[in-house]
Ligand binder design. Structure first.
Ligand code: SF4
Length: 181
């Protein structure tokens, strides 16, 4: 799949990217995290969630008992939107087949959507993240989905930290049903 993605020109985000930020972690993970889009650090290093938001995600993962190598982490779009603008609907649409294929290959049992774009894309809804977070959805018959705030939103607003922690506790409890400690 990486080879298929190399040199992708399906949307305008191709123009200013340095790297296609594919995904990282355990290719057979039971839990997959899906964020929004690569930022400047991710674009430079070719890896998702390596900047400030990534460091916060690592801390939340560790507090919930996960290591980065135990889970799989990717984004809705694989190339950095210029100036960290929001990805546009046509860009999300263009990149969606790659995300769906990643899910097909990794076959997680749980997906956690981080932030509005991931939640709206995976749930096919226009509802805001505050409305959809904090509960379980059957994404399909084999995969459960939970949504929470993006770590970068927690960096901007500390009020999000508590609901995020509650969502991660739900996630961990569900994961422990699949893989008891
Ligand atoms: S964001 Fe996705 S669809 Fe657009 S150029 Fe990058 S890899 Fe291709």
């Amino acid at each position: 799949m990486r080879a298929d993605l190399a040199g992708c020109e399906r949307c305008a985000l191709r123009e200013r990217r340095r790297s296609i930020v594919f995904g990282v972690g355990n290719g057979e993970a039971d839990v997959m995290f899906v964020g929004e889009a690569p930022g400047a650090d991710e674009d430079r290093r070719g890896e998702p969630f390596v900047g400030k938001a990534g460091r916060l995600l690592d801390k939340i993962l560790a507090a919930a008992g996960f290591s980065r190598s135990e889970v799989y982490i990717t984004n809705i779009v694989k190339c950095r939107p210029p100036g960290n603008r929001d990805p546009r609907p046509d860009e999300v649409f263009a990149c969606n087949p790659f995300l769906l294929r990643q899910i097909e290959i990794v076959r997680p049992k749980i997906i956690c959507a981080l932030g509005r774009f991931a939640a709206q894309t995976l749930l096919k809804t226009h509802d805001g993240i505050g409305r959809v977070r904090g509960r379980w959805y059957d994404w399909n018959e084999d995969v459960k989905l939970i949504c929470t705030y993006h770590p970068s939103a927690c960096l901007r607003n500390v009020d999000y930290k508590k609901p995020v922690w509650n969502d991660f506790r739900m996630l961990r409890d569900e994961y422990r049903k699949i893989r008891p400690a």
